[in-house]
Unconditional design. Structure first.
Length: 321
């Protein structure tokens, strides 16, 4: 039981405190709130609330008498029953969602002019950027390039939430943005979460498309960021934007390959081509052994090389250094 994480009850709507209390009761049945609080180093009131939630879920029974003591229900029976109830609730929610979605699709869409909406102001734009992603069910297409609302890229929490729901993401990045270590680390977090990322040397067609049903684009691709966007609903214009994204995606380079064009990786490749040893490269570039090893491994993979010297030679032959 010590190896079970306290958050194991989260899929059925209970938190880590409830999980910790239940696990403790499995080890020490008939404990009271004070004993549980002491063992878990938690406030007694918090433990009592967690116990009440466990009782409501059928995982714990309260014994008569003072002080009140608690007994856990057998895990296999109680947890199986709880998981089954939650599955039934989710099935009902899905059925309701499908009915609501059908009603939404059948609702009149108004006049042709309603197919395009103008959004003005940072709050309105940020709201729709998040809403498009949180309402996506299948895929979000993104072209990420400057200028940015607020001047710098903002951490995309909505994307991470959508990726956890199973929504696919395809993002095209502006290559110069990859020279910023902080931005590069953020993009790495997205790709590790499941985003499929590519890059183009110079891309200005900033856009976001959700499920082939709605798109968000700037009022002008040339003007500086003014906090104005156009929301495009299903229409020939939306079809044209989807086609545009797909053409850009075909031209774009997978992000790992694109990183070979960044200044730091060009330096690494040049030193590899010169046959320099790790210690000399680390001193020259101010890198740690771990960072250098990670970068070199990625470059070897991208170049199809089996040795570091071979990677440098391949890079030189391809004009990358």
């Amino acid at each position: 039981m010590d190896t079970v994480d306290a958050g194991f009850l989260e899929p059925v709507g209970l938190g880590a405190t409830e999980g910790a209390v239940y696990l403790r009761l499995l080890r020490s049945p008939r404990s009271d709130a004070g004993e549980l609080a002491g063992a878990l180093d938690l406030p007694a009131g918090r433990v009592a609330r967690a116990a009440a939630n466990l009782i409501a879920a059928g995982l714990v029974t309260k014994l008569a008498g003072r002080p009140v003591r608690y007994v856990p229900a057998p895990p296999q029976v109680a947890l199986d029953a709880l998981a089954l109830r939650r599955a039934e609730q989710l099935d009902r929610l899905r059925a309701t969602t499908h009915r609501l979605a059908a009603q939404y699709e059948d609702a009149p869409r108004g006049e042709p002019g309603d197919l395009v909406e103008l959004l003005e102001g940072g709050p309105a734009v940020r709201h729709h950027i998040a809403q498009l992603q949180l309402s996506a069910r299948e895929e979000v297409r993104l072209v990420d390039c400057p200028p940015y609302l607020g001047g710098v890229p903002e951490h995309n929490v909505a994307e991470l939430q959508a990726l956890r729901r199973g929504v696919a993401y395809r993002t095209i990045y502006h290559v110069p943005a990859l020279d910023n270590p902080a931005r590069l680390a953020e993009i790495a977090a997205y790709t590790e979460a499941g985003e499929e990322a590519r890059a183009l040397p110079d891309v200005r067609m900033k856009m976001m498309i959700a499920d082939r049903r709605v798109a968000l684009i700037p009022l002008s691709f040339e003007a500086s960021e003014t906090g104005v966007r156009i929301l495009v609903h299903r229409s020939p214009l939306l079809d044209a934007l989807i086609t545009c994204f797909d053409l850009l995606w075909e031209r774009a380079t997978p992000i790992g390959t694109a990183l070979r064009g960044t200044h730091r990786d060009k330096e690494v490749l040049a030193l590899l081509a010169a046959g320099m040893k790790d210690a000399a490269i680390m001193r020259s570039l101010g890198m740690t052994q771990r960072t250098l090893t990670r970068r070199v491994a990625a470059l070897l993979d991208d170049l199809g090389a089996t040795t570091r010297f071979q990677a440098g030679i391949h890079a030189a032959r391809r004009g990358l250094v």
